[in-house]
Design a protein around this ligand. Sequence first.
Ligand code: 9D3
Length: 256
Amino acid sequence: MRFDAVTLFPEIFDAVLDYGITRRALDRGLYRFKSWTPRDFTDDPHRTVDDRPYGGGPGMLMQAEPLDRALNAIQQDLASESLMPWVVHFSPRGRPLTHQRVMELKEKSALVLLCGRYEGIDERVLQRRVDEEISLGDFVLSGGELPALALMDALIRQLPGALNDADSAAEDSFANGLLDCPHYTRPEVWQGMAVPEILKSGNHAAIAQWRLQQSLTITADHRPDLLAQRGLSKQEQDLLAAHPPGAPQKKAVRDP
Ligand code: 9D3
């Protein structure tokens, strides 16, 4: 898979791609990444990429021409490999990113990530060149780079071979529309708080059922919208009814 980012701040992408799972996937050749800066596609000595909005108002806009030229350069670069990129513009007005959309975008062979700064981008280049607009959520950021990186991170970890066995198993157990269950590691008692007995029982069926019940209760409590969307099996309904979100679980035993 190929990613091309159009950005005034290419160094921001190093912050994610140089570390962890995303770095390992790059080393394994699972994706390629190039950044392109509209400044390299200006004609004037000041390499101007912004200008004031027609109609007045605060702030500056990114001009169409340097972005259009950057997109042409990417298109040419990819055409040599017969790749036709899907162009994503990151914008507060886009559709909020979801796991489902990540899984669909994973099937594209090449993505262009168009990142705005300032108050945004001249509408005409968006109209002419953009296939899809994506938001990260209803809060204000300073530009599209972090949303672009969020999409890359979410997508790259889904590429076959990106995760090791340990990561993959963990992924499976909660890519099921429910929030994760609580986790514990050593020590057995920490600041008077004990690890739930069942996790030390060695009864794997009982542990799996406890974890499912915890996931159901936490999801009902924190994100009832997710449960409504997903629906519950009869067994899950019974588990949740036996441990509703209102009823706090038995307090951990305190060491005297
Ligand atoms: C005054 C109106 N603002 C729009 C809500 C102006 C504005 C705010 C922030 C224009 C651009 C930006 C920069 N944000 C992004 O480029 C962005 C973003 C975001 O701010 N929140 C969530 N997702 C995204 S994706 C790109």
